[in-house]
Design a protein around this ligand. Sequence first.
Ligand code: FDA
Length: 531
Amino acid sequence: MMHTAVVAALVLCLFATEATCSSAQTPTHNISSCLLSNGVKNFSLPTDPSYMPLLDSSIRNLCFELPGVGKPAAVVLPASKRDLQRAILCARSSSLAIRVRSGGHSYGGLSYTTENHVPFVVIDLTNLNRVQVDSGSGTAWAESGATLGELYYVVGRSNRTLAFSAGSCSTVGMGGHTSGGGFGLLSRKFGLAADNVLDAILIDPSGNALTRESMDDDVFWAIRGGGGGSWGVVYAWKLRLVPVPSNITVFSLGRTGPVERIAELMHKWQYVGPNLPDEFYLSTYIASGSSNGNLSMSFTGQVLGPKHLAMSVLSRSFPELGLAESELSESSWLESAVKFADLDSVLNLTNRQPGVGQYSKRKSDYVQAPISMQDAIKIIQYLSTASQGSILLDPYGGAMARVGSTETPFPHRAGNLYSIQYAVSWKASDIDRADEYIGWLRSFYAFMAPYVSKDPRAAYVNYLDLDLGTNDWTNATGGTSNNSVSHAASWGQRYFLRNFDRLVQAKSKVDPENVFNNAQSIPPLHYERQH
Ligand code: FDA
């Protein structure tokens, strides 16, 4: 499907991302002939029937499918590490910016868009999705294009008492997720996905494959939470798998009530969720809007132990929840992954296309001191008046607080009770109300300022938020300037706090020419190129 005659590139003027197309030497022509002459056969050009379906295949935020969003000169699907290395070199020799895509879940579309219509290529790692588990050592190697569902499937099938600590959505890619941290239901016990990376193979801007041993220490540190797209392409990760009981307890509870009741549950949850034993995960999700004066709230729970343990701890620490034993069930960790991904079978964990994407906008915050009951009422009141929108409160504490804030680039450790993810999403039929929905989300975020972390107001890089600021790259290799770093600090310090400076050092070592850049990538220190 992908192998396309080079001649097709000569008729691409209508589709090419460059404004003009005066000769045969378009970026599309250049990269396709480079790929072919280097034996890379699996790619799609804008004239191919496969091109748009392929490009759209993992776009989760449909805002980036709208007309006006620049399209790549090619979508390359490396089938091997060697293909990946050559794709990077061909993109560079064709003066195309590189956008690497694993699962395509970037909230800001950073794996398949550029700023200022800079011509680019998407290197899509879908076919690099192999996972190999070594049960004896409790480790696995996972290629970056594997989704969390594909990883969980192989791990859970290999051994019922092994698991991996990462997010719950099965179609999220290992590449972007682990690069930005990766929080999930096991994180209070075992930390983030990035905390459980033992080694990695990073393809650098010159196409070299670096491992932990051959990589600079700052670079190995940076790739484990410093955000995707800045350092090179992580081809594969060596992961520490974690032990879980053969049966664990899971539940999803719905609760409805007037503002005061929902606020009371939220208020109490703040004292419970972050302080439960490490084996417990209890998050809460509150949707905006009310029906007959009632709002709805849900709780997602996982306990690494039997039902009776879950019951005894939760009924003592959170009696207001009114938990009944009939609301709990026991299953293997793998079956729990199916439930929390909202799927109907274990095999579906390997389906890269369940459901459709959404038009959405999200933002994040960290809460360091419990919000008072009076303020919780105001917050729920604010939510109740909107037609779209939600908040997801994820409990920290446990292992999240035991990892030091400089051990990895992800700094939101001890002192953070929970994260808030604000979301608003809408359907295609509501597209003309997008500005209204996004405006509401921004005003709610402004309203929340007194209750969350300050100086700086922190955010989670995997809940990417382009409102925090963007680079303004105008060519394929970024084109850094003296003020690139100070400009990027305005959002980089919100994602990484004091770790931002070490990330800049790491970037300057591994990619001084800024080959791997995007709208919120870490810039290298500026240097004058020697001609
Ligand atoms: P995508 O392919 O878009 O990549 C994201 C970024 O990483 C881009 O800049 C990309 O270039 C770069 N990148 C990708 N592969 C790379 C590689 N191999 N090497 C270097 N850079 C690479 N988060 C969380 O912590 N817990 C959760 O439970 C969830 N749940 C969740 C559900 C849903 C529906 C969405 C849309 C998102 C989440 N997230 C999340 C956020 C998620 O972790 C975040 O969007 C990740 O960056 C997605 O990684 P993908 O590989 O899917 O994205």
